[in-house]
Design a protein around this ligand. Sequence first.
Ligand SMILES: Cc1cc2nc3c(=O)[nH]c(=O)nc-3n(C[C@H](O)[C@H](O)[C@H](O)COP(=O)(O)O)c2cc1C
Length: 195
Amino acid sequence: MSGPDPRAYRRTIGLFATGVTVVAASDGAAVVGMTANAVCSVSLAPLLLLVCVGRTARLAAHLAPGTPFSVNVLRTDQEVLARYFAGGWRHLPRPEFRFEPWGAGHRLVGALASIRCTIDRCLDGGDHWIVLGRVTDLHDGGPPADPLLFFAGRYRALAPLAAEVPPEVVGPDGVSVYYEEWSAAPPAAPVEPGE
Ligand SMILES: Cc1cc2nc3c(=O)[nH]c(=O)nc-3n(C[C@H](O)[C@H](O)[C@H](O)COP(=O)(O)O)c2cc1C
């Protein structure tokens, strides 16, 4: 196989800072959770997100189309849960956590936010499955809190920027990501890749 060494790739892509989630799939009353940061919003119409799940992870056995799952965004003070659901927990007892029924699935109580989905499709993603989920409900975890982050192989917390771009340059409303936030005009027709 040519191209960069997989470990070098892992180090480099690890410089792309992410949040940390626990993805929980429900199999009847049983819940299988896995720490995941390969989570990405895909589409607003319809609402779709994706999660990449290793083919050998226990969660992979629960990925049939139609299966309910939740993406639970962890708070800074939930690093122990990230470690527990990544299989790196060597101590007894296990950390405190609870899954609560949520529609046909479950959510992790105390998460910063939870997104409920139903599996639409699982696509071939090499040694992972690309799990495309239809978003069916949202849960805001309550009092504002900071997210747990993952960067360069370590858990991290947010820190303020040393020098923010002044509001007179960018306007007062923060960052706009989606096109319709820039104007009231309907979004332009999608551009085909490569155009
Ligand atoms: C910060 C972090 C992020 C992770 N993200 C993913 C991910 O997006 N997809 C995945 O399949 N595994 C991911 N993993 C690895 C799984 O959490 C771990 O390998 C898995 O729980 C082990 O599989 P098991 O549940 O079968 O023991 C991540 C691990 C960590 C520590």
